[in-house]
Design a protein around this ligand. Structure first.
Ligand code: NDP
Ligand code: GDP
Length: 339
């Protein structure tokens, strides 16, 4: 899958190495960086289904403009080689086992990929490209059992899942490499962000996909777990801007990225179903096997530092984003069913 092609116009720009390029954020970040004239090198795991793995990059129309290289966060030597060859100015570590619910089923793999994986990449940068700027995809899940009603960079962490524990390790390793070795390493503590490219297992996309299927008569019910949890949901396209802005600062730092509004899963369902002219109470079923062993009940972020220092704030409302997601899922299902 390695495509070592660079055009003269790309060479004049900066180079970014993005891990997790096949994921939601990787695709939007690639789109943003390409628009800014970067050469984008994306690390992807070798897959027997490479065409399917690249679906998000294809959806955004950028697949043929990124250089994909094979690599895995678990394999330090591949990371060193990739960093040596790509010679990046900026490294964005977006790769992770990112689904909280799965982290109780695969806690050790999650620790390896989400935690140690970040340390591996920090090592590769420290060894092969210490002047590159580094971004770590930290998570609001690190706040877990919240210690303050509104969470900022100063709020103590209390992780509630193997995923959050692994992210916390990666977060502190990023801070530590900045303080120990002077790496320009920043950590974005991003609250939940979604889009039509969100993985289908996450609740927003599960709901918008369910709405589309019910609307088209392909299903009649949607099973969900805890409807009372609340999340601070923003749009991934807005959030990748914040990642880029962090690496443009003279001094590396950590930033909360959030909308400042929290909404329950129940209200999310109401918004999504009503967009399609449906009543969620007629279709949503709660199932005890979808309740998590430990829940994060509420997340609500204070992004005032990002606003003040980066000039960043969220621009997409939850209603706009959910409407976009429902419409995209209707298109997908209509295409798939030939309607
Ligand atoms: P996705 O789950 O969509 O993407 C994860 C990416 O990581 C995929 O490209 C996946 O590759 C890759 N990956 C997984 N394991 C490995 C590995 N061992 N080596 C190399 N690549 C690997 O996540 P998002 O795009 O939504 O999120 C990006 C990052 O931000 C993640 O680290 C996530 O934990 C974090 N985050 C996300 C939030 C959100 O709301 N979206 C909130 C806060 C943090 P493959 O396609 O092969 O599976
Ligand atoms: P998370 O915040 O990273 O865990 O993102 P998710 O989208 O996976 O979950 C957000 C919240 O939705 C959590 O509190 C879940 O317990 C809740 N939730 C309720 N039902 C479901 C479901 O069926 N799937 C998922 N993924 N989450 C659900």
């Amino acid at each position: 899958m390695t495509i070592p092609i660079t055009t003269p116009s790309q060479v004049s720009g900066r180079t970014a190495l993005v891990t997790g390029i096949t994921g939601q954020d990787g695709a939007y970040l690639a789109e943003l960086l390409l628009a800014k004239g970067y050469r984008v090198v994306g690390m992807a795991r070798r897959s027997a289904s490479a065409d399917m793995v690249s679906a998000r990059l294809r959806w955004l129309g950028v697949l043929d403009r990124v250089e994909l290289v094979d690599g895995d966060l678990l394999d330090l030597s591949s990371l060193i080689r990739i960093v040596q060859r790509a010679e990046p100015d900026e490294v964005y570590n977006l790769a992770a086992q990112s689904f909280v619910a799965a982290s109780w089923q695969q806690p050790l793999l999650t620790g390896q990929a989400t935690g140690i994986g970040a340390a591996n990449l920090l090592e590769a940068v420290r060894i092969a490209r210490p002047r590159a700027r580094f971004y770590q995809a930290s998570s609001s899940e690190m706040y877990g059992l919240i210690q303050e009603k509104v969470q900022s960079e100063r709020t103590p962490f209390y992780p509630r899942s193997p995923y959050a524990v692994a992210k916390l390790y990666a977060h502190w390793m990023t801070v530590n490499y900045r303080e120990s070795f002077g790496l320009h390493a920043s950590s974005g503590i991003l609250f939940n962000h979604e889009s039509p490219l969100r993985g289908i297992e996450f609740v927003t996309r599960k709901v918008t996909d369910g709405v589309a299927r019910i609307k088209l008569g392909l299903a009649s019910t949607l099973p969900l777990g805890n409807l009372d949890a609340t999340r601070d949901w923003g749009h991934a396209r807005d959030y990748v801007q914040a990642m880029w802005l962090m690496l443009q600062q003279e001094v590396a730092d950590d930033y909360v990225v959030a909308t400042g509004r929290t909404t329950s899963i129940r209200e999310l369902c109401r918004i999504a179903f009503s967009h399609a002219g449906l009543n969620f109470e007629d279709h949503v079923e709660t199932r005890s096997d979808l309740i998590r062993p430990a829940e994060v009940d509420v997340l609500l972020g204070d992004a005032s530092k990002a606003k003040q220092k980066l000039g960043w704030s969220a621009t997409t409302s939850l209603e706009e984003m959910i409407a976009e997601m429902v419409e995209a899922d209707l298109v997908r299902h209509r295409r798939a069913s030939g309607a």
